[in-house]
Design a protein. Structure first.
Length: 317
């Protein structure tokens, strides 16, 4: 057996091109996973392919086009940069990137790491959820279930309260708000359907609240008058989702005539949900409701602190 240690970074997945066929194949694979949508497949799949995807394709193609970065999806671009930087700073570790849905394919990437003794798996979701992190864990378990002499797998469940993560976010926020001086800092996380919280005992809300609380404690030392709020974005489909909803909170802030800076701590790297939904769509909504001063604080992306966070998660094992 080759004595090498691997680090597998896993992110959600994203279209390879901004064409309807590429987006359709990505959304189809993603939204037919029962971790993400738990409806009866016989009912859900015809709705997904007959109504949801065709309707979404009417506008989502332009949305992806407007955020495309270096001929790539930002999610893929930043995830790849992170992986390359980790390979540079950790020469003893072979870091590879895979996506839960689409490319680089999880099964193919794992196959390249088959002969390693030890593989650390970090899903690029700081807060655990059954819809994301658990989908990765289950998929990897299925893929490797018939491997002979499998490597030792170390799944990093999440890093919602990791000291390096909180410190990096706090510093990153500080760099932005010391210039903009907003009245309110909004911490916006991706939402999930509320039924998963009860049905699967998903502790996602607790993990998000913990990150917010730790950030609040850190930032209060330098910014005692800064109001920090917590909300959930990217609602999809019918049914109740985690509350309060980011758009509603932003409308309220706009109507109060206050300025806001928004950061999305649950997104390790920028993607359509931050660059389009927050920085374009919600910015417009804020302005339309009388708001004056809106700033979006980018994700940590491939900055050195982010490389350090991931490196420290491996070291801890
Ligand atoms: C039921 C639907 C969805 C659940 C549950 C969900 C959970 C969830 N998602 C992320 C992170 C990302 N989601 C992204 C895109 C995206 N998410 C959904 C739906 C659900 N997400 C859709 C339909 C889409 C596609 C975009 C769109 O059509 O609006 C992305 C970005 C992908 C990209 O290409 O840039 C990320 C990242 C988390 C963290 C999460 C639960 C905690
Ligand atoms: Fe930074
Ligand atoms: Fe999502």
């Amino acid at each position: 057996m080759i004595e090498t240690r691997g680090l597998l970074l896993v992110n959600l997945g994203t279209p390879t091109q901004t064409t309807p066929s590429s987006i359709k194949s990505y959304l189809g694979e993603f939204l037919s996973d029962r971790h993400v949508v738990d409806l009866n497949a016989l009912i859900w799949l015809p709705i997904l392919y007959g109504i949801v995807i065709p309707n979404r394709l009417k506008y989502i193609t332009q949305h992806y086009q407007s955020i495309w970065l270096n001929n790539q999806s930002p999610l893929l671009y930043y995830s790849e940069q992170l992986c390359q930087k980790l390979n540079k700073v950790c020469p003893y570790l072979d870091c590879k990137l895979a996506m839960t849905y689409g490319e680089p394919e999880l099964a193919a990437t794992l196959n390249l790491m088959k002969y390693y003794n030890h593989i650390d798996i970090i899903s690029l979701y700081p807060q655990y959820s059954t819809t994301t992190t658990q989908a990765v864990i289950d998929k990897i378990k299925t893929i490797t279930s018939n491997w002979q002499n499998p490597p030792i797998f170390n799944f990093v469940r999440d890093y919602a309260d990791n000291t390096n993560y909180i410190e990096a976010l706090a510093q990153h926020i500080d760099q932005h708000i010391c210039i903009n001086q907003p009245d309110i800092l909004l911490l916006s996380y991706h939402g999930i359907p509320l039924r998963y919280i009860k049905k699967r005992r998903d502790n996602y809300i607790e993990r998000c609240l913990l990150t917010s609380q730790l950030l609040q404690e850190k930032l209060a030392k330098c910014y005692p008058n800064l109001k920090i709020m917590h909300s959930y974005q990217s609602r999809f489909g019918k049914g109740k989702w985690t509350e309060p909803n980011t758009s509603n909170v932003l409308i309220d802030i706009a109507k109060q005539g206050k300025s806001v800076a928004v950061i999305c701590p649950g997104f390790a790297v920028d993607c359509i949900e931050t660059l389009y939904e927050i920085n374009i769509e919600n910015r417009e909504l804020f302005m339309q409701n009388g708001g004056q001063n809106f700033s979006y604080i980018p994700a940590l992306n491939d900055c050195d602190q982010q490389v350090n966070i991931l490196k420290s998660l491996v070291k801890h094992h």
